[in-house]
Design a protein around this ligand. Structure first.
Ligand code: ADP
Ligand code: ASP
Ligand code: MG
Length: 401
């Protein structure tokens, strides 16, 4: 079997952990499997690197930020190869350039286009464990790119797809995918399995246990994922196309504290206004989520929407630059908000799920500012200060009543 194993930051945080991960990989190697290991940067290294960049230049060129961040993963893979060598196991570390993992050019948010498998295959065939840097790629100028925070999961899935691996295992600091973040909701339950579609929604809506793009890729290339703990042997969660478990109305609750709300006030109440506003934002690569339109005064209307906090400044700038053309009277930005979502394939065929969620929020006196729904999710925008109590209330409404 060819197995891709990915270990996150906590799992390789220090020498002891690296040693334990090496042992776990070697165990499968000795069974005769071919092993490709994908690693994140150690512990909080990526955060620390970002802080250092910020101290030197708060508006650092994005190319240089990626150049810096990529060093985190390079450190991990080199140390892992050394740990394996110390145990007498042939292993080799490779970065994105050495593998040739081609991505689009957008620094900090690059996407895989093509992965050359030749080098990895050759190394595997000569009996080595191959250890690859997560989170990074190269663009057509051969410059280093990164895939966005949490992107190492995506590297693992992309490699599993390109190599046609038999298994893709994501090892992390919890035992699998839970009905809510187990660090926030003590009563959260581990799921035995979850569909790609549900996991994609959860990941996109803030459950960072998997990078959302890794789930999209896994669905596209039919890579079955297993999320499990690097600290123990507990059975993890399988992410796949169809699940056998029936009757789950809601499979999880997700929270995104990284949201900002932008209100565009007093725009003309006529056809084409929303189109021009969102078209302008899209042209600048700004992703908009929950949208609410309401009637203002005197033939005008107000439109509010959410964006990721990193994009809020840019969104306001774009809108202000085009204020007259877009007929905007005023642009307001607010950061103390959070998105709380429930996700579940069972919603499609069951009435009353939204009402149940809103009742849970009412029970704890939390005000809903905006609402968005799709076939398998309901998202509400609430005040940031309410988020923990709201998460527990909603979770318990669906899983403990
Ligand atoms: P890694 O460094 O291994 O990639 P991450 O920190 O990116 O780990 O992701 C694991 C974390 O995701 C967990 O520690 C947990 O707090 C958080 N998390 C959020 N939502 C969930 C969920 N529904 N199930 C499991 N973990 C979750
Ligand atoms: N090291 C990167 C991050 O912290 C990528 C990852 O861990 O997946 O975001
Ligand atoms: Mg992660």
């Amino acid at each position: 079997m060819l197995i891709v194993k990915k270990f996150g930051g906590t799992s390789v945080a220090d020498a002891e952990r690296i040693d334990a991960v090496a042992d776990r990989c070697i165990e499968d190697y000795r069974k005769g499997h071919q092993i490709v290991v994908v690693l994140s940067a150690m512990g909080k290294t990526t955060d620390a690197l970002l802080t250092r960049a910020q101290a030197i230049n708060p508006n650092a060129p994005k190319r240089e930020v990626d150049m810096l961040l990529a060093t985190g993963e390079q450190t991990s893979v080199a140390l892992m190869a050394m740990a394996m060598a110390a145990k007498g196991v042939p292993a080799i570390s490779l970065n994105a350039f050495q593998v040739a993992m081609h991505t689009t050019s957008r620094y900090g948010d690059a996407r895989f286009k093509r992965i050359d498998t030749e080098r990895i295959t050759n190394e595997l065939d000569s009996g080595r464990i191959v250890i690859v840097t997560g989170f990074q790629g190269i663009n057509r100028r051969d410059d280093v790119t990164t895939l966005g925070r949490g992107g190492s999961d995506t590297t693992a899935v992309a490699l599993a797809a390109a190599l046609r691996a038999d298994a893709c295992e994501i090892y992390t600091d919890v035992e699998g995918v839970y009905t809510a973040d187990p660090r926030v909701v003590p009563g959260a339950r581990k799921l035995k399995e979850i569909t790609y579609d549900e996991m994609l929604e959860l990941a996109t809506l803030g459950a960072k246990v998997l990078h959302n793009r890794s789930v999209g890729l896994a669905k596209k290339y039919r890579v079955t994922l297993v999320v499990r703990s690097s600290m123990n042997r507990a059975e993890g969660t399988v992410v796949k196309e169809v699940c056998d478990v029936e009757g789950m109305l809601v499979s999880g609750v997700a929270v995104d504290k990284n949201a900002a709300r932008i209100a565009v006030l007093g725009v003309k109440n006529e056809p084409g206004v929303a189109f021009r506003i969102f078209d302008e934002l899209a042209k600048h690569g700004i992703n908009v989520d929950v949208i609410l339109q309401s009637i203002g005064r005197d033939e005008t209307k107000d439109i509010s929407f959410t964006v990721d906090q990193e994009q809020a400044k840019e969104a306001v700038k774009v809108l202000k630059e085009n204020q007259q053309r877009l007929t905007i009277a005023e642009v307001k930005e607010e950061k103390n908000v959070a998105k709380l979502s429930i996700v579940g394939a069972g919603m499609q065929t069951n009435a009353g799920v939204a009402a149940k969620m809103f009742e849970a929020l009412f029970d704890v006196g939390v005000n809903i500012r905006m609402i968005a729904t799709s076939e398998i999710r309901i998202t509400v925008l609430i005040d940031l200060e309410d988020v923990d109590i709201a998460t527990r209330a909603v979770h318990d409404k669906f899983f403990h009543e």
